[in-house]
Design a protein around this ligand. Sequence first.
Ligand code: AMP
Length: 576
Amino acid sequence: MQYSTLCEVYEELEKNPSRLKKTEILSNFLKKLKHEKNKEIIYLLQGKAFPDYSEKEFGISDKLCIKALEKASGISGKEIVNKWRKIGDLGKVSFEIMSKKEQNTLFSHKLTVDKVLDNLKKLPELTGIGTVDRKLGLISELLTSATAIEAKYIIRTLLSDLRIGAASGTIRDAIVSSCFGVLKEDESNKEEIKQAKEAVESSYDKTNDYSMVFEKACLGIKYLHDTKLSPGKPIKVMLALKAESLADGFERAGKTAVFEFKYDGFRMLITKEDSGKTKIFTRRLDEVTRQFPEVVDYVKDNVKAKSFIIDSEAVGYDPKTKKYQPFQAISQRIKRKYDIDRMVKELPVEVIVFDIIYLDGESLINEPFEKRSKILRKIIKEKPFHIKVAEQLITDSVEKAKEFYEKAMKEGEEGLMIKNLNSIYKPGARVGYMLKYKPQINEFDLVITGAEYGTGKRGGILSSYTLSCYDEKKEKFVEVGKASTGLKEKEDEGLSFQEISDRLNPYIIEEKGREVKVKPKIVVTVIYQNIQVSPTYESGFALRFPRIDRLRLDKPLKDIATLDDIKRDYKKFELH
Ligand code: AMP
């Protein structure tokens, strides 16, 4: 296929903002693509050269694109930069300068999609001395044989900024319509479309590769259903819905249900291929194997299977005290590229496995959860602070579930997961098969003891508030944080900055610059995300992300949170 054919599609997509129209344009193009051998062209529609599961990046800067354009057009880099400043989009700049060139030259050879894909695919593989020059060579080679429109899209693709608005959902719909002949939904074909969409979606969730999905869709819906998992490639993990109560959990997951501790770490999908190669992925499909060498060892030593895909939560702990750490503490390990051995020592993780979706060449995705869970327990040799399976209770009694929940909370866990005994594993879906139940949001009733005048539209209004709790030992109010969110700008929209400001005004006891101290009179309910130790405030603690939720005119000062309440909650967070 000529690259120009694809560029025409890009142009049409860019011009048409309507999703339905975009689906139609894409669908017509995919009908042509059906007859092409190379289905990877679909990656180019996504603005890439690799499937979604791949983390490969072109690694091309604006500067390098400008250099390549300079080489291909003969126009100076300075002039290109000037144009870029005016136009803003290097793709459009490429179009302009290559149009000029087009008028002066006769094109001898045409650019094919295969050639573009070929060169793009080589880019991430280049490393070592001379990388930049070799990259420049590959790009210039494309640009010299490109027309103006082609140059526009080559540059945009290289910069991962295609600007054609073809998101994943549109591509899915286009596959459905091109392969199963349906575009517009009406009463007669509703069910058929639903099934085709589900088949495409579920095949994609298992592979994260639209080229592969399209190939299967071309063969028929049966082939989509037959999509195999393959360890070594990440799949989208199954997501949870929220249960309002334990009884609600039973109602939605079924009675008898499986209850498990909800651990507060981060999701880790661990895969092992027949070759023994282990890979670790996050919930966002990023590979983090290098960052967690200890996990590779744990599964090698403690999971008895040749190949597998297991789903787990990794929780960080303090190696000295063995106390579990809050998620924020270990989140830094996910992005870490250097000093990894030190991180393993300072912030090791324990892996808590709760599901298995593939074992020794067989997919377990359609097996009931109860069976998967049993298999898991058979193949994992637990070792504290290395690897274990999620603590579990299978029951039909709300009372027993409640006791289990209390146990989870006492042990500092985040809450419970509630799972359907017979459910399959549905990648990527938020289905009623798996629910989460957490204690209600964290809130304290606190008193405002200080405030600060705002600026701009909040000029003259006290719009940032110092919050205090009561220290029973010192018999005084002590500060625990500052909040300036949760309130409305306009009074008719709800509790506003103006209202709080007006209520505080009579109680101002001291003014210093924009800051004031106020008598402790106004009580508010504050929602917060976490508590930290803090030298800034007299209480010794700081609420993280506090947000004012309600004005508590009903609440007497004696009933506000005490320092002991804050300490107790801090301990709860600390245990996580
Ligand atoms: P949330 O992130 O609040 O939507 O809660 C769901 C998350 O809880 C999952 O994505 C997992 O990362 C985590 N989790 C912790 N323990 C479990 C468990 N036993 N089963 C399933 N997910 C768990």
